[in-house]
Design a protein around this ligand. Structure first.
Ligand code: NDP
Length: 280
């Protein structure tokens, strides 16, 4: 008797570059689970239709990437508290009542920072650059990780203010634009959550926010991480880390939601790292 594989997919535009099918296939092999995980190109205009077609064809779960994470709640019958708080959905799970929306980006980031890179976030002074979906997910988990201070700086300050107000109603985080970073002390952890690197750009930041012990983390990886991490080297940061580990960890968290088993991430990360290369 032949088993029918379960259907999963990652939706986004552009999508051809996505490594999610390889990552999920590697996780599935660890447990002998038969999955069919494909890329589906969809933007804001055609996402609802594409998701409906996927669901009707037996789709059980989906990951979402740009530009869908912040608009996907309209396709969900239920959204998890952490995804609601982050205002961002990257994982959909089919239920009898419709799609359940969740966000694993934040836990992927913390797993990479704390487990793979052995960072202690307690009492850390953290600066996030950017205020999009990934920055929101990162800010939410960092606030919960007992950090000492969170500053969110964005080109469009209104977006940073909205993020801080919605994610941190107790008002401990500070929103600002890049100009306001001049004169601020250096931070322990500097996270680039902008998409500037995808067009080869670095946000215009003062190097004074980087000290001898500052760890610079770019959520993107590969060529997109090079501009910011190169800038961080020039600014004399202690370490530079790209978002490849976060990518694998957020995928593992999605996999655990769908299959109720926790995959080993180290071998998958190592294989991907060999392909992507180290930041140089
Ligand atoms: P969004 O489109 O939601 O947000 C983009 C952010 O980048 C905005 O804050 C925008 O500022 C800012 N920005 C864009 N261009 C520039 C520029 N030239 N200078 C300064 N700021 C700029 O994207 P996401 O939040 O979804 O993704 C952000 C990054 O995180 C991407 O590189 C993505 O690949 C990465 N990512 C990595 C993941 C991983 O698993 N490793 C998971 C999720 C995301 P403004 O508001 O002013 O327009």
């Amino acid at each position: 008797m032949t088993r029918t594989p379960s259907h999963f997919a990652v939706f986004g535009r552009p999508i051809a570059h996505s490594r999610s099918p390889h990552i999920h296939a590697a996780f599935a092999r660890q447990f002998g689970i038969d999955i069919d995980y494909r890329r589906i190109e969809a933007g804001r205009d055609d996402f609802a239709k594409q998701l409906s077609v996927f669901g009707d064809a037996g789709g059980r779960g989906a990951n979402l990437t740009l530009p869908l994470k912040e608009i996907a709640s309209s396709a969900c019958s239920l959204v998890s508290p952490r995804a609601r708080r982050a205002g961002s959905i990257n994982t959909l799970t089919r239920s009898d009542d419709g799609w359940l929306g969740d966000s694993t980006d934040g836990i992927g980031l913390v797993a990479d920072l704390c487990q793979r890179h052995q960072l202690d976030l307690r009492d850390a002074r953290v600066l996030i650059i950017g205020a999009g979906g990934a920055a929101r997910a990162a800010a939410a988990v960092l606030i919960d990780a007992e950090i000492a201070e969170l500053v969110v700086a964005n080109r469009d300050i209104a977006r940073a203010q909205k993020l801080c107000a919605e994610i941190d109603p107790r008002g401990r985080s500070i929103a600002c634009d890049f100009d306001a970073l001049h004169g601020r002390d250096s931070v322990d952890l500097l996270i680039n959550a902008t998409s500037a690197g995808h067009s080869g750009q670095v946000p215009g930041l003062p190097t004074t926010i980087v000290g001898k012990t500052t760890i610079a983390y770019d959520l993107s990886y590969g060529a997109a991480a090079q501009p910011f991490l190169s800038w961080a080297v020039t600014a004399d940061s202690a370490r530079q880390i790209d978002g490849l580990g976060m990518l694998v960890e957020q995928a593992a968290a999605s996999f655990a939601i769908w299959h109720a088993v926790q995959p080993a991430t180290a071998p998958v990360y190592d294989a991907l790292r060999a392909e992507v290369g180290f930041f140089a």
